[in-house]
Ligand binder design. Structure first.
Ligand code: NAI
Ligand code: MG
Length: 347
């Protein structure tokens, strides 16, 4: 029996619901497979934990987290704890501490979903820099002035751009588009553009281009069919992918892989949405982003057949609006939708 140990951080709000359903789906996949078992280490790190202990995770949290095959995260953040604490004291230390410098975010209109856009040719990936840039946390604040710094290193910028080109080559995609804003950000984004120009020389068969982030936001809406691979800094990639997920009909749909490509540390998979305090406890969170994130995790673990079975089962369920959650026009709820996916898996 092959065993995978997963560290779970359900977090807050609907994060808890979607991770619970994610584990049920994983158990169903294991049952169907017959030769695989998932073991879970359920970690209570969350805003509730913070209010009790004064920190988002224990002092040896990173040591505990490292011991696993992969990490699954729901969402963190809840009213009562400032958002910059929940993000900066838990999520960002994991992403940077485990050198998960690639944030992979597929934006694809799955069968059964309908986009608010007329143009439904939506199938591309945003590769977001995940270790530095605008989210480096450096700066200062006093009564009169706040300074927020961005740090772009050659190493950090080059490796993410190179990863985007390599991803295009590996997946037979023909275009890489860089998100920039070098007209206004005369240091960081000029530096980014220069490295993009250098790296693209090594990939002559890929059509490369760049666009300012404001224009690119419009382009997402007007011409999604022209996008293959978009490479973006930490902040730009964050914003673009919430937009991308909304283009699929709901922010509950898109997954995210925080990946350490070298495999030196575990990678972490999560839906892109937050803890949604407005619907927490109502049982109507869409679990799609979490299931898709789990499929990405299985792919990374080398379990392609299980990943495919999960995505096929999910796509079948998305066609049945009776069981889907209300955010995508359904009449169902989180548990019912998950039950339907499990039934398809075991079918
Ligand atoms: P959010 O993603 O939690 O919610 C935005 C809107 O989308 C809400 O109306 C919510 O009900 C809806 N929504 C989100 N996920 C959904 C799902 N699975 N199914 C159906 N509807 C869904 O973003 P918001 O409101 O900006 O943030 C809420 C909290 O989450 C904050 O504390 C924020 O810091 C945190 N957050 C955490 C993230 C993470 O842990 N990776 C990411 C984004 C936000
Ligand atoms: Mg975001």
């Amino acid at each position: 029996m092959k065993k995978y140990l997963l560290n779970l951080i359900p977090g807050d709000g609907i994060g808890v619901d979607v991770i619970r359903e994610g584990c049920r789906v994983l158990d169903a996949l294991a049952q169907k497979h017959g030769g695989v078992k998932f073991e879970y280490n359920d970690l209570p790190w969350s805003c509730e934990y913070y209010l009790k202990h004064g920190s988002m995770m224990p002092a040896d949290g990173m040591k505990i987290l490292r011991e696993c095959d992969s990490i699954l995260l729901g969402a963190v953040g809840f009213p009562g704890v400032p958002d910059h604490i929940s993000l900066r004291d838990l999520l960002l230390p994991i992403r940077t501490g485990f050198d998960q410098y690639v944030n992979m975010r597929p934006i694809k209109l799955l069968p059964g979903l309908s986009s608010p856009l007329k143009n439904e040719k939506i199938d591309f990936v945003v590769i977001r820099e995940n270790s530095e840039g605008e989210y480096c946390g450096k700066g200062s604040t006093d009564a009169e002035k706040a300074v927020q710094e961005s740090i772009f290193t050659r190493k950090g910028t080059e490796r993410i751009i190179r990863y985007a080109f390599d991803y295009a080559v590996k997946n037979n995609l023909t275009k890489v588009l860089s998100a920039t804003k070098s007209n206004a950000l005369n240091h960081s984004m000029v530096f980014w553009d220069n490295i993009f120009a250098e790296v693209k020389e090594d990939y002559k068969n890929i059509k490369s281009s760049q666009m300012h982030i404001d224009a690119l936001a419009g382009y997402f809406i007007m011409h999604p069919e022209n996008l293959d691979v978009v490479v973006a800094s930490n902040l730009f990639g964050d914003i673009l992918t919430d937009l991308g997920s909304a283009m699929l009909g709901s922010i509950g749909i898109s997954p995210s892989g925080n990946i350490n490509p070298e495999g030196k540390y575990p990678s972490m998979f999560e839906p892109i949405h937050g803890s949604a305090p407005d619907i927490a406890g109502k049982g109507i969170a869409n679990p799609t982003g979490t299931f898709w994130a789990i499929a990405m995790m299985l792919e990374q673990l080398g379990e392609q057949a299980m990943a495919d079975l999960l995505m096929d089962s999910l796509c079948k369920v998305l066609l049945n609006k009776e069981v889907c959650t209300p955010d995508i026009g359904g009449k169902g709820n989180t548990t019912g939708m998950s039950d339907a996916v499990i039934a398809e898996i075991l079918n």
